[in-house]
Design a protein around this ligand. Structure first.
Ligand SMILES: [Zn+2]
Length: 359
């Protein structure tokens, strides 16, 4: 465990390190140093004690039945830290309240609502714990804060520095990504280190992307498959933080460097940074999902997304599972859901072979 593994942040430490050294962007560099310091100050136990044991949480596996008296409507509360780093901040919008006119508040509210609707409509899951957990968020965290993160119980959004990063509520897939960390926490609880950590990151990219695709009504062919599109300012040579379609191509900037994500096992990154490369090697399972989803076609949440959900909630997935182990579970899940030898079953097998996880 490293000190940085307790927050599930959307911007990886290696990217913050690059921004922190950017003489061209003094405000962003200062903001990135602050963001790095806050990441490194957080101790793992602060997060871990908030994690609900899997045995105590519903896995919400599909139909929505069995949720009993759980209130199926979202219960959102948005707080404003007003430029401080004190959580939770002052409550500024509760469930049912009208727009406030503060873009960060209203984007967070809408994004939490879209994410709640995705999980309920598609998988019958009531909120991230499957039992109606209230969705809490804090906006305007810190000064120019260059990140968004899930702290185990709430989403926290910075405003960005406006030189490199815009405010983090802009991207619905980022909101979906962070809340998916909550879903993972309440289901497979994948250990945030090495390959299981990269799977944890990838699951968040997968379902974050699906939240955005579902909200936009996009098919797999229509989706951008970018993560964090719109977060970079126009000064950055890049489209997004990550690309599931083509990992390693999301940005290539003279100041920030090049997107380091591999697409296949041939380029797997061996490192002790970033909890063993959780934000880099996630490119491999991300690309496998993209390949499976686009091969199956249609709405990705009904094909590959359903298979990944079945896997995430399968007892066969252990907290420390590696890529090959997870791949095997998805293949079994695809066969169970769509039939052995079905196009979906074959697509999932081929995807994992193409990225080199299976021989
Ligand atoms: Zn993440």
């Amino acid at each position: 465990m490293t000190p940085t593994d307790s927050r599930r942040s959307v911007v990886p430490p290696y990217l913050l390190h690059a921004v922190a050294q950017a003489a061209e962007f003094p405000r962003a560099a200062s903001a990135a140093r602050t963001a790095l310091a806050s990441l490194e100050a957080v101790q793992a136990p602060k997060h871990r004690h908030l994690v609900a044991p899997r045995s105590l949480s519903s896995t919400g596996t599909g139909t929505g039945t069995g949720t009993g008296t759980v209130d199926r409507s979202p219960q959102r509360t948005i707080a404003d830290a007003r430029g401080t780093t004190t959580l939770p901040g002052a409550v500024v919008r509760r469930e049912g309240d009208a727009d406030t006119g503060d873009a960060a508040v209203d984007e967070a509210y809408a994004g939490l609502g879209a994410t709640h609707a995705f999980w309920l409509d598609v998988f019958g899951r009531v909120s991230i714990d499957g039992a109606g957990l209230p969705l809490d968020a804090t906006v305007h965290f810190g000064q120019d804060y260059d990140n968004a993160y899930w702290d185990g119980s709430r989403m926290v959004f910075g405003d960005g520095d406006d030189e490199v990063f815009r405010r983090f509520t802009i991207a619905l897939d980022v909101i979906g990504h962070e809340l998916a960390h909550g879903v993972t926490q309440y289901t497979a609880d994948l250990t945030y280190q090495g390959q299981s950590g990269a799977l944890n990151e990838s699951i968040s990219d997968v379902f974050g992307s699906l939240v955005a695709q579902y909200a936009a009504g996009q098919t797999a062919d229509q989706a951008s498959w970018l993560i964090g599109e719109g977060l970079f300012t126009d000064a950055v040579h890049g489209d997004a933080l990550r690309s599931m379609r083509a990992p390693g191509t999301a940005y290539d900037d003279p100041v920030l460097g090049k997107d380091p994500q591999p697409a296949t096992m041939a380029d797997f990154v061996v490192t002790t940074d970033d909890a063993g490369g959780v934000h880099t090697n996630s490119g491999i399972p991300n690309h496998a999902f993209f390949l499976a989803a686009t091969s199956i076609g249609g709405h990705a949440w009904q094909g590959a997304g359903a298979v990944w959900w079945d896997a995430l909630t399968s007892d066969a997935v252990t907290a420390s599972i590696d890529f090959a182990g997870f791949a095997a579970v998805t293949i079994t899940a695809a066969g169970s859901r769509f039939g052995a030898g079905s196009a979906e079953h074959t697509a999932v097998q081929d995807a994992w072979r193409t990225v080199g996880v299976l021989g």
